[in-house]
Ligand binder design. Structure first.
Ligand code: FAD
Ligand code: UDP
Length: 375
């Protein structure tokens, strides 16, 4: 019988790959080889201290929030937490309004009389602390509610979504704009999850501790294609893009990419909250100022990250977002059929491997579930 050096090859050292590696190594005593093509661990959650001593999220703002006890419990073995609740404002008609759009947003944008009428109507129709997806609100039978919904759609959603995806809200799965529903509330937090904290020493340190196990060997700067034919592992977990794994045999799955423009300013604070959205102005979607995540404002310099969405081009940039549309889901399912027909022992996981718009906590949960199935 063939003897392998490793039970598993895990492609990708992001949240998904790291957690699967750790569980297989420590619970099932399996030998694991984790590879990543990048020169660092933590995937898109990678953060590092920059020249101004600011813990900087290299691939866009990553805010941890969850309602899952098992996810909190698992991650808390590897990190302490610091309190942080995310707040976002958007520039609309020259004013900064809370995003998600809420009752305060109405007060800022309408006259006192109009605002009172609109708020009463929303409270009467939906009730307090209710979240209503914009595409659903636009179908309400009440003309005044439809007027407000259309106003929000035009001023908050259409511009941002067109920049972010190159598509209109209704051309995407409703689940995309449902992430940021109209919130009939004065709660101005971006998320309402019961657990909203950031890992105390950052995401990279968290993943470093997860991967720190004697059964795990890590190779960075390593492409899957360069190791796929070597006989040192028995089974594979692939957290990269499924169409790339199959050499685009059935066609390319579309992804959206981003360009991050990083700027540092000689200011203690550049903007009032960590994230400012620009639905209607500029070519960028949002500016994030990382110093707010730590809430320590002693620095003389501050760093911001400006996000410019881009089409994804193979080999040129990074596939950050799967694009949630029916056709793409169908193509993904066809790729899954190829796995079932193949004799190779390979499992696909994570945001790219399952072509799902997963938040970090969902990636953790998916990884924990997969290990229970495959160990
Ligand atoms: P990834 O982090 O993408 O890791 C996959 C790894 O596999 C990568 O490091 C890649 O280099 C490697 N890889 C791929 N193919 C190959 C190959 N062929 N050979 C070798 N290596 C390969 N989630 C939140 O919960 N809150 C947020 O605020 C948040 N903000 C986000 C902002 C942006 C801009 C983006 C893009 C995502 C955000 N997310 C957020 C989502 C979060 O990044 C993901 O949930 C999480 O990173 C998924 O982890 P993963 O391991 O599945 O994938
Ligand atoms: N969105 C929008 N305007 C906003 C914020 C969000 O139109 O001010 C829409 C847009 O389509 C975006 C989606 O809601 O892609 C999800 O937003 P989220 O903040 O969750 O995006 P992410 O942080 O994952 O990039």
């Amino acid at each position: 019988m063939m003897r392998y050096s490793y039970d598993w090859l895990i492609v990708g050292a992001g949240f998904t790959g790291a957690i699967i590696a750790e569980r297989l190594a420590s619970v099932y005593n399996q030998k694991i080889w984790v590879i990543d093509r990048r020169n660092h661990i933590a995937g898109n959650a990678y953060d590092s201290i920059n020249e101004h001593n600011i813990l900087y999220h290299v691939y866009g703002p990553h805010i941890f929030h969850t309602n899952s006890d098992r996810v909190i419990q698992y991650l808390s073995h590897f990190t302490d937490w610091k309190n942080y609740e995310h707040r976002v404002v958007g520039l609309v008609k020259g004013r900064f309004i809370p995003i998600p759009f809420n009752l305060t947003s109405i007060e800022i944008l309408f006259s006192q009389k109009e605002a009172e009428d609109l708020k009463n109507l929303l409270l009467h129709t939906y009730g307090i602390n209710i979240k209503v997806p914009i595409l659903e609100m636009m179908k309400n039978s009440d003309e005044k509610i439809r007027f407000l919904a259309d106003f929000i759609y035009q001023n908050v959603f259409i511009g941002y979504t067109t920049k972010q995806w190159g598509l209109k809200p209704e051309e995407l799965s409703p689940s995309v704009t449902e992430r940021v529903p109209v919130h009939i509330s004065y709660d101005d937090r971006y998320f309402q999850d019961k657990f909203q904290k950031m890992p105390k020493d950052g995401y990279t340190k968290l993943i470093e501790r997860i991967l720190n196990h004697p059964n795990i060997t890590l190779s960075l700067n390593t492409e899957y294609n360069d190791v796929r034919n070597c006989n040192s592992f028995e089974k594979t977990i692939f957290t990269g893009s499924i169409d790339e794994y199959f050499d685009y045999k059935l066609g390319e799955l579309p992804y959206r990419s981003l360009h991050f423009d990083v700027q540092s300013y000689q200011q203690r604070i550049h903007q009032p909250v960590a994230q400012v959205n620009y639905p209607n102005d500029h070519q960028y979607t949002r500016i994030t100022e990382m110093i707010h995540f730590n809430k320590v404002y002693r620095n003389k310099m501050t760093t911001v990250e400006i996000e410019y969405p881009q089409p994804y081009i193979i080999g040129k940039n990074i596939p950050y977002y799967p694009i949630s549309q029916e056709n793409n889901e169908r193509l993904y399912q066809q790729y899954l059929c190829l796995i079932r027909q193949s004799s190779k022992k390979v499992f696909f996981a994570g945001r790219l491997g399952t072509y799902r718009y997963l938040n970090m906590d969902q990636a953790v949960d998916q990884a924990l579930t997969l290990v229970e199935k495959i160990h």
